[in-house]
Structures are given as C-alpha cells and as structure tokens.
Design a protein around this ligand. Structure first.
Ligand SMILES: Cc1cc2nc3c(=O)[nH]c(=O)nc-3n(C[C@H](O)[C@H](O)[C@H](O)COP(=O)(O)OP(=O)(O)OC[C@H]3O[C@@H](n4cnc5c(N)ncnc54)[C@H](O)[C@@H]3O)c2cc1C
Length: 390
C-alpha cells in the first residue's frame, strides 16, 4: 500500500501538517517514536501568532479556561528599565497567548489530527528514508521491534532539529549562526508572575537570555536560559552556569525565585533558527518546523512556525496533485523553500543579525531606557519580537 503522505514526527509541525491534509481527505500517516502524552523540552510559551493558528484549527474551546493565558510582555535585564505592556490590539492576532506544557499541547494536537482522519502510529521510530533514483518514496522504520518499510507519494520530515530524514538526505546545515541551545526547569513558589510572558536578557548572562513563563497563576513557572551556538563557542559559555547566575544573581529574576523550589530536572535541547540550518527539501521530501530551521532567532519561539509551516506544507502538497499519479513533490518545478523564504526570510534575517550584533547590554541598556518610556515604542517592540505583522 502506498500512502499519499507520510509524516515523520507528531509534534506541532507534524500534527498540523497531518490535520490540514486529513481534513482535505488526503490519506496521511503520522509516525512518532514516542507514546503520547510525552514531554518535550520547551519554554511552553504559545505566542499570539501561534494562538491565531490554533484557533483557526478549531481548538479555541479546548484551550480556553483550561490553560494559563497571558496578556502582556515584560522585557528587562540591561539596566534598570523594564519594558512592560499589554499585547497591542490588532485585527489579525488575538490579544493573548498561553503557557501550555508541551506534554499537554502536543497530545491535544496529535489527537486533533487523528480526529480529522489522519492515521497515527506511536512508538514507531523512523530510521531513514526509502530512496529510489534520488527521490524519497517513503521511510524505513522500527515498529514493535520489527524493521518495516512504508511507501508514500510524499514524505514530510517533522522530526525536529536532529531530523533523521533531513540528515540522511544531506539537508541539515550545521552553522552555529543558526543554532542555539536552551535549558529549562519547572519551579513552584515563584513570585510576581501571572499575566506576562517575561523575557530577561540579563546583563550577567549576556549575550544569552533568560525567561520566566507562568504555567499557573499560583506560582508554577517554566524558567530557562538560552544562547546561540555562535556566541557559546566565541565566549566559551557554560549554559548551566548561566542558569545558576540567572536564578541566584540577577536583579529581575533572582528575587522572583528566592522562595521557589525546582519540581523537574534541568534539561536542554538544540534549536535550529532563522531558516539557515536546513535546506528544507529534495525530490519527494519536504521538512517542516524545527527540521526546517523555523525558529524565531530573537525570541526562540518555534511553535508558531511549526504550526504555520505544517499548514503551508499541506497547501503545497495539495497543489502538486497530478492526474493519475497522485501527489508529486519536485523542488525544481515548485519549491517549498521559496515559499518559506518569501514569507519569513526578511524578518528572520533581521532577527539573526540583531542577535549577532545587538544582544549586548551596552546596546540594550539605552534601547530599553528609551522604549520603556513610550507606549508606541513598547508596542512596536512586542510586535517585532512576536512577528505580529503579517
Ligand atoms: C528549551 C527550549 C525552550 C523553548 N521555548 C519555546 C517557547 O516558549 N515557545 C515556542 O514557541 N517555542 C519554544 N521552543 C522551540 C519549540 O520547542 C520548537 O520550535 C517546537 O517544538 C517545534 O515543533 P516540531 O514539531 O517541529 O518539533 P518537535 O516538537 O521536536 O517534534 C518532533 C517530533 O518528532 C518525533 N521524532 C523525532 N525523531 C523521530 C524519528 N526518528 N522517528 C519518529 N519520530 C521522531 C519526536 O518524538 C517529536 O514528537 C523552545 C525550544 C527549547 C529547546
């Protein structure tokens, strides 16, 4: 049997791809090595742009009331200025985001794809692509201890930043300018949190950046720190030391955590950012989400782009239907990467450059001092950080 589409990976990118295809009666199979619900190392911040996509997928009722919403941003750490503002109202985006633990969000998304008609196989590890004459025609996998081969007209790699399929087809680009590492830990008893997504480019951890994201209103928070590989190599940064500094010795974050207790291990993962860490496609295969290096280089936010590229991949695949042959992905005729470049490259390039050159306290301090005093500037900063434009 040949599937129309096989999606490797059932995170936000894979589930979104499968949901949009299944809704249009495409025969789609999702494979994930894990059994859901499963944890995923993340800050759990669901920005307004991602919320727009989740609501469009019909999930508003399921999310509303169940998870903590935030309506504003707090951004501080270089100097005394604190930029604090409500999310500016726009006709296109909701005025709020959520903090949802990935153990919950990813199960909701995968179930949603299943309910739309996608076939899902959990505990099925993709080990590589099936290749015929240079074209990917499916995947090899291990399921129930057995090696299997599954064929498809189109294969989608939604298998995260270490993408097995992307790696096997030579699509991953390991450039430290487009790679980062972040680590996070859950705490209880965190003070002065609630309605804000809080980002802290604290001077003591420059050029890294920290965050405190409120999972609940009663003091449970996701606390983390991240830095670009480029900076880590250059400045010999130890991220665990940065984390210790963030929680014990910074003016904005340490006071919030003085009575807090960790309730999970400290764990980290790789980020591929700014579209520079992946070539995205080859005949028969396209990559989405982290596998396609679709993380915002400034905010480290990738759920938005996982969901959006999932939807774009579905549209792209639907547009390649050929009479009598089903779907047929050929980058030489119709490039998925070009569509991503059109939509995101300009914004991502500005982000990559501003992190490379501007993520320093001597630059941030005067910038935050000016921005904090003017509402329009504050709103512009939020729009820029969260790409609340198109
Ligand atoms: C510490 C940290 C904090 C972050 N904070 C935020 C945040 O607050 N907000 C935000 O928007 N983004 C954040 N991100 C980024 C975000 O986590 C990712 O962008 C997002 O998870 C991408 O979704 P995805 O579906 O592409 O990949 P993933 O979520 O990684 O999903 C990939 C799926 O593929 C499966 N898989 C992998 N290999 C195989 C295989 N060989 N066979 C079968 N299945 C496989 C995995 O089990 C997984 O379910 C953070 C990242 C890190 C590391």
């Amino acid at each position: 049997m040949v599937y129309d589409v096989i999606v490797a990976g059932g995170g936000p990118a894979g589930s979104a791809t499968a949901y949009h295809l299944a809704k249009r009666d495409v025969r789609v199979l999702v494979l994930d090595k894990s059994e859901f619900p499963r944890d995923k190392i993340c800050g759990d911040g669901i920005a307004p742009r991602a919320v727009r996509t989740l609501y469009k997928m019909g999930l508003q009722e399921q999310l509303d009331g169940q998870f903590n919403k935030f309506h504003g941003f707090r951004f501080a750490g270089a100097g005394k200025a604190v930029v604090e503002n409500k999310i500016p109202p726009t006709p296109r985006f909701p005025d709020h985001g959520y903090i949802i633990k990935r153990v919950d969000l990813d199960k909701i998304l995968l179930d949603h794809a299943r309910a739309a008609g996608a076939e899902v196989r959990e505990k099925c590890k993709v080990t590589g692509p099936l290749v015929d004459g240079g074209r990917v025609v499916g995947v090899r996998a291990v399921f129930d201890g057995e090696e299997i081969e599954l064929e498809a007209r189109v294969t989608v790699g939604a298998d995260g930043p270490h993408s097995t399929l992307g790696k096997a087809m030579g699509l991953l680009v390991n450039d430290p300018l487009y790679m980062g590492i972040s680590i996070r830990q859950y705490y209880e008893g965190v003070e002065d949190i609630g309605d804000y997504l809080e980002i802290y480019p604290e001077k003591a951890i420059s050029p890294g950046s920290g965050w405190v994201f409120p999972v609940t209103r009663d003091g449970v928070a996701n606390v983390g720190v991240g830095a670009m590989l480029y900076h880590m190599h250059r400045d010999n940064i130890n991220l665990h030391k940065f984390f210790e500094t963030l929680i014990h010795d910074t003016p904005h974050v340490a006071p919030k955590l003085r009575n807090a207790k960790p309730i999970s291990p400290l764990r980290g993962a790789l980020l591929r950012v700014g579209l520079g860490g992946s070539k995205v496609e080859c005949p028969g295969l396209i990559l989405v989400g982290d596998a396609a290096s679709m993380i915002n280089p400034v905010s480290g936010e990738g759920i938005t782009y996982a969901l959006e590229t999932g939807e774009m991949a579905a549209e792209h695949i639907l547009g390649t239907r050929m009479e009598g042959r089903g779907f047929h992905i050929d980058p030489a005729q119709d490039s998925f990467r070009e569509k991503l470049v059109d939509r995101y490259q300009h914004y991502f390039n500005m982000g990559t450059m501003s992190i490379k050159w501007g993520n320093r306290s001597y630059f941030m301090r005067p910038m935050l001092a000016v921005v904090s005093k003017n509402r329009r500037y504050r709103e512009d900063l939020i729009r820029a950080l969260m790409y609340l434009r198109h």
